[in-house]
Write a protein that binds this ligand. Structure first.
Ligand code: PMP
Length: 358
């Protein structure tokens, strides 16, 4: 079998070890997983109730996700036809790439960001223009200079995964004004709910002004529904109509649609999760400051600690052997902000490795 030649440059996504695998491998009884930016408080109790009532498993789901569509449209104050639903944002990133990219086209994004933008551009044989982060933040001025007639998509992860940093409303508006209308500007706002910065851009109202703006949101993070796979995009109705062509029939399950509807109705659960996250996130910042560790100021439910000289792979291995799963990068480790107890445990073990040993 001969697949597209560019596939040989990629590897299949690896989610890392599961808690069960780590337990078995290292003979541990308790594992704290702070690697995938999930909600440590679970999801709203209303979700469990809502899905318990589902009994029509033999019937295909509502293909256009009508109920959750109406609820999200109301929640955001947009038209229902401005929305497209997907099996998590991973699928939406694939759909957008599939619809827009081919050989000869290019994407512009940051060098250290969510890897799926690049992954799908490679599969579609498009060129990738990656601009280094500037002090850990998306450098929109330099990215604007990379755009040409063949640029199809600019991906902006805001807040950025893995750094947690954000571009503010002034920077985003300035950028949107400079981008030609043939380029789709995608704002990936997977961590939108967690943001506490006052100058973070509210992009939904900007959709009326910029026809080429597209916003991504998910139920996987603050809503705590990562296992059910549901997210959505908001954009111009004309573009959504074209994108619908590449969407698979029944791409979001009845369980996911029903759970998302219940989760959306429980804003109190989201507010509580966000508040606790902000408090716990601050404790990591205090810890880094106290121990003179370099970190990026995060607006998400995770924090990136820069430890290039400490060999982040070794540090994460040490944490793993102590029952703590984090995500290593070449220049540091990304830690999901967990519950109070989980974070205390992580910081205690991290202190031994990073501060005491070499
Ligand atoms: N975008 C970003 C920035 C993410 O961090 C993630 C999940 N890690 C996704 C998209 C995909 O999320 P999901 O498919 O669960 O909606």
């Amino acid at each position: 079998m001969k697949v597209k030649s560019q596939l040989s440059t990629l590897t299949a996504y690896s989610p890392g070890l599961t808690s069960e695998q780590v337990k078995r491998k290292y003979g541990l009884t308790e594992i704290v997983k702070l690697a995938s930016n999930e909600n440590p408080y679970g999801s709203s109790p209303l979700v469990r109730q809502a899905i318990a009532d589902i009994d029509h498993f033999a019937i295909y789901p509502e293909g256009r996700a009508l109920h959750i569509r109406r609820a999200v449209a109301d929640h955001l104050g947009v038209d229902e036809n401005q929305l497209i639903f997907s099996s998590g944002l991973d699928e939406l990133i694939q759909m957008i790439s599939r619809a827009l990219l081919e050989k000869g086209t290019n994407i512009v994004t940051a060098a250290q960001t969510f890897p799926q933008y690049r992954h799908h551009a490679v599969i579609e044989d498009a060129q990738i223009r990656e601009v280094p982060l500037k002090n850990g933040v998306y450098d929109l001025d330099t990215m604007a200079k990379q755009i040409d007639a063949e640029t199809k998509i600019v991906w902006i992860c805001n807040p950025n995964n893995p750094t947690g940093t954000y571009v503010n409303s002034t920077e985003v508006e300035k950028f949107l004004q400079s981008v030609p209308s043939h380029v789709l500007v995608v704002m990936d706002e997977a961590y939108y709910e967690y943001v506490t910065a006052a100058d973070y851009p509210e992009t939904i109202p900007l959709l009326n002004k910029y026809n080429n703006l597209f916003v991504l949101r998910t139920f996987s993070k603050a809503y705590g529904l990562a296992s059910l796979r549901i997210g959505y995009g908001v954009g111009a109705t004309s573009f959504i109509k074209q994108l619908e062509v590449v969407r698979l029939p029944f791409n979001t399950s009845t369980l996911a649609q029903t759970a998302a509807l219940a989760a959306l109705e429980d804003q109190q659960f989201v507010e509580k999760s966000v508040k606790k996250n902000a408090m716990e996130r601050q404790k990591y910042i205090d810890f880094c400051t106290r121990h003179k560790l370099s970190y990026y100021p995060s607006q998400g439910n995770f924090i990136f600690i820069n430890i290039p000289s400490k060999d982040p792979m070794k540090v994460s291995q040490y944490l793993l052997e102590n029952g703590l799963i984090v995500r290593p990068f070449s220049n540091g480790i990304r830690i999901t902000v967990g519950t109070k107890d989980e974070n205390n445990k992580l910081r205690n073990v991290l202190k031994n490795k990073v501060l005491i040993s070499t």
